[in-house]
Design a protein around this ligand. Structure first.
Ligand code: THU
Length: 164
């Protein structure tokens, strides 16, 4: 028997003023996107801003549905949009914020498990990590490798096929 463990580091910032201007701008774009969310059931409006290698920023919001599982998260919305409209333009950073009726959440929101899996696919596809910028009112979190949020992940290697 071998006991194993995984740990990872991330950065925490108290204020957007401490961020690099590009990160701050991406967060602002995520917040603006969140205002367009269609979230009549949860009232939880999420915005994602995805920066591509070319510098293009693609945004996404959650879009809910009366048939609840048919709704989609902001992150997957942005990633699908980028894949469809800018194929080959690698995602480099993804900023996420969420709005409740009281404004931006105090603590940052982390991508759900389903979104982590989809983000991991993009990292695998291009062989490079995606930087996460998770924005809250009291706290901003930067995670250099989104894949760190999905240890021991199932990916293309698990299928023993190599699409690239
Ligand atoms: N949601 C997102 O869009 N992204 C996340 O990272 C977490 C959850 C959405 C799904 C649903 O529309 C609402 O937030 C409440 O879960």
């Amino acid at each position: 028997m071998h006991e194993k463990s995984i740990s990872f580091k991330w950065e925490e910032y108290d204020s957007p003023d401490e961020l690099a201007p590009d990160d701050n701008s991406l967060l602002e774009q995520a917040t603006r996107a969140a205002m367009n969310a269609y979230a009549p059931y949860s009232g939880f409006r999420v915005g994602a801003a995805l920066k591509l290698e070319s510098g293009i920023v693609v945004t996404g919001t959650n879009v809910e549905n009366a048939a609840f599982p048919s709704g989609i998260c902001a992150e997957r919305n942005a990633l699908a949009n980028a894949s469809a409209n800018y194929p080959g333009d690698r995602p480099v950073a993804l900023a996420i914020t969420a709005l409740t009726k009281d404004g931006i959440t105090g603590e940052p929101v982390s991508p759900c498990g389903n979104c982590r899996q989809v983000i991991a696919e993009e990292e695998y596809r291009y062989g490079k990590s995606i930087r996460l910028i998770l924005g809250g009112k009291n706290n901003i979190r930067i995670i250099e490798n989104a894949g760190d949020l999905l240890p021991l992940q199932f990916n293309s290697d698990s299928l023993k096929i190599t699409p690239r």
